[in-house]
Design a protein around this ligand. Sequence first.
Ligand SMILES: *Cc1c(COP(=O)(O)O)cnc(C)c1O
Length: 397
Amino acid sequence: MTKKQDPKSWQLATKLVRGGTRRSNFGETSEAIFMNSGFCYDSAETAESRFNGSAPGFVYSRYSNPTLAMLEDRLALMEGAERCCVLASGMAAVFASMMCQLKAGDHVVASRVIFGSCYYIITQVLPRFGIEYTLVDGTDLDAWKKAFRKNTAVVFVETPANPTLSLVDIAAVAKLCKKARACLILDNVFSTPLLQHPLKLGADLVVYSTTKHIDGQGRSLGGAVLGKQKFIDEILLPFHRHTGPAMSPFNAWITLKGLETLPLRVERQCSNAHAIAEMLEKHPKIARVYYPGLKSHPEYALAKKQMSHGGPMIAFEVKGGKKAAFRFMNGLNTIDISNNLGDAKSLITHPASSTHANIEAKERVKLGITDSLVRLSVGIEDIADLTGDIKQALAQK
Ligand SMILES: *Cc1c(COP(=O)(O)O)cnc(C)c1O
């Protein structure tokens, strides 16, 4: 069993190693993987009381499971949220957080620069169910104000945004949402759970792809929604339980182990990223660097206000367009070309031809996703190896 100390009194690093741990009667050190779909009851009466909720306990792993419950409790402790629900992937979390509460006739507002699949849900899936949307320039507070309508039910924000790392003022948008009684959903993947605390800034729900920094080692897909107990229990869980995007207990176990080392990895990723951003900014072959930790970032003041560090992600433009960007990426010897992010390994991608290729070219350029732009997810390798690799790749003709 867990020790007697109140887990909420622990500092973050301790919460991430010990929070939520439930030991079985064998007293195992590490969290156990409960790789079962169903549960048995010692009597028909026990089954009845579990189903009607009068007795605690698990009934089916699509609903919950001891390994999933450990992860949910640990993530809730980490975020300072009343409750967490884990799901099969980040997109399952984003989709469920919206669909569990939206109905035909509702209106959704979202920032224009968001993760490609989130963009697809809002612009392609929701309209099929009679749900309208408005996309706004996330950095323009006036545009946010003007976008609200009487029927605005959900506001979806990603900050820093993928891939341009532009920022949205969470507290300001949260204020507008409160006034309009709209639910503010904050996709907090790019800041990692450690650098930005959306619930404290007024967001109603935080969503994560645990696939990214939380697992952080490229092993498993997963997602999480965090918020108030009443919302999760009464609105999200019924939707989740009956539609089925359950996380595998094995992935939950991997994710639990990922959380243990999250602060160590993110700290290294952030210090590596800052050093690389500074190096790139001075490099003659780089046209522009987007990094929230640099004074040159358009929303540097806001980054200072709502983030505790510039973060582990960098975007930059290589002089010479797509050809030069591709030459640079192909010239890297250590850093891998991959659209994944948040990994211990540094990964680079060219958004215009991959993750954001589905956006029309003109619109892409308007969003800042030019053909020269590359996005670097910084890993935990030695900084000298990373800067050395980038410099030699930029030097190639
Ligand atoms: C990766 C990602 C998602 C989706 O998560 P999956 O686990 O891949 O489904 C959503 N939002 C952002 C910002 C992401 O980076």
